[in-house]
Design a protein around this ligand. Structure first.
Ligand SMILES: *[C@@H]1O[C@H](CO)[C@@H](O)[C@H](O)[C@H]1NC(C)=O
Ligand SMILES: *[C@@H]1O[C@H](CO)[C@@H](O)[C@H](O)[C@H]1NC(C)=O
Length: 317
């Protein structure tokens, strides 16, 4: 009995591992959804308890199943089923297809696998979406930021004038943190032109976003925490492009390449200002004439890293 069972099991495990390998390799190759931060409670719900059904129903609602509203880059939902509360949000600089792909992956593949039967779970991906649920309501207060756990995604493009770039970044990002909190969509994007030491100018583009359950002050505080995480990372100091995402807010910047926000007019190039006065816009425009976002090398790199992480944990299981 034991013997034959083992003989049956081994090939099954081999097939499972092989298909996992194939799945993660493909995801990395296509710049697939990349989890940058997650927490799953070690406290589990019991098999057959109503909690599990509630989680299932909640996640289905959060994923937009049966929703009349489009599941796109402006997607945000909170829901409560029984004692389970949760939220889901897509990042504004993602697009509709990517948003749906991200939510579907987290809800139907990642959470049931990595956070199997966890009473609480939070997952955020680079350039995509965030999903959270818990056994008690958490709406209205930002999840604590543990700076050592958050991944800062950055690329090492050189800048002509690091000091001027840092100055423009400081002015723009702190302004965006402030503005995002005041907006109904808890979102702000903007740009900051700056003069380069040996002549010419460059433009810093930025975007800030919070989950829409947060009050203004909580949103701004969350973004300022992310800013601190970003500045703490020395690899970001002189980098012309970086992003950091927590469970409750998201912050990104890049130079000389406007951040594409689907269903929003592209920003106008501001004149370089000797005294930083960032041009900050909020989503009231409606144009989709701008080109689609281009996949970035950093994303691919991070994706490869995540694939390895997933693999390692799969093997550990
Ligand atoms: C789950 O999260 C809620 C809300 O933050 C908290 O009150 C509760 O203690 C957490 N439960 C577990 C099992 O971690
Ligand atoms: C950033 O650039 C400045 C020049 O403006 C240089 O002195 C400094 O060492 C650089 N810092 C890092 C962390 O690369």
């Amino acid at each position: 009995m034991h013997h034959s069972a083992r003989r049956l099991l081994l090939p099954l495990v081999a097939v499972a591992v092989a298909s996992l390998l194939a799945a993660t390799a493909t995801a990395a190759y296509h710049g697939g959804v990349t989890v940058t931060h997650e927490t799953c409670s070690t406290t589990k719900w019991n098999y057959g308890s109503p909690y599990g059904n509630n989680v299932g129903e909640l996640l289905s609602t959060l994923s937009g199943a049966g929703s009349a509203a489009p599941v796109d880059n402006w997607w945000f939902r909170t829901a409560t089923v029984g004692s389970v509360s949760g939220l889901a949000m897509c990042f504004a600089d993602s697009d509709a297809t990517w948003c749906r792909k991200c939510l579907t992956f987290l809800i139907s593949k990642y959470l049931p696998y990595k956070c199997d039967h966890s009473r609480n779970a939070s997952v955020v991906t680079s350039g995509g979406c965030v999903v959270r649920y818990a056994d008690a309501p958490f709406f209205g207060s930002a999840s604590g930021v543990d700076s050592d756990e958050l991944v800062v995604v950055s690329s090492t493009h050189p800048t002509y004038d690091a000091a001027a770039m840092r100055e423009a970044r400081r002015a723009l990002l702190s302004q965006l943190a402030e503005t995002a909190g005041e907006e109904a969509l808890r979102f702000a994007t903007g740009s900051q032109g700056y003069m380069v030491r040996h002549g010419g100018s460059q433009v810093m583009y930025g975007m800030a976003q919070c989950t829409r359950d947060l009050p203004a002050s909580e949103c701004t505080a969350c973004l300022l925490d992310l800013l601190a995480v970003m500045y703490k990372d020395v690899s970001v100091t002189n980098n012309t492009e970086a992003s950091v995402m927590g469970f409750s807010c998201y912050l990104t910047y890049q130079i000389d390449d406007p951040i594409y926000i689907d269903r929003m007019a592209p920003p106008l190039s501001p004149a370089p200002a000797p005294l930083p006065v960032p041009a900050v816009t909020t989503p009231t425009g409606s144009s989709s004439a701008a080109p689609p976002p281009v996949a970035k090398m950093t994303t691919v790199l991070i994706a490869a890293l995540a694939a390895v992480t997933l693999l390692v944990s799969a093997i550990a299981v």
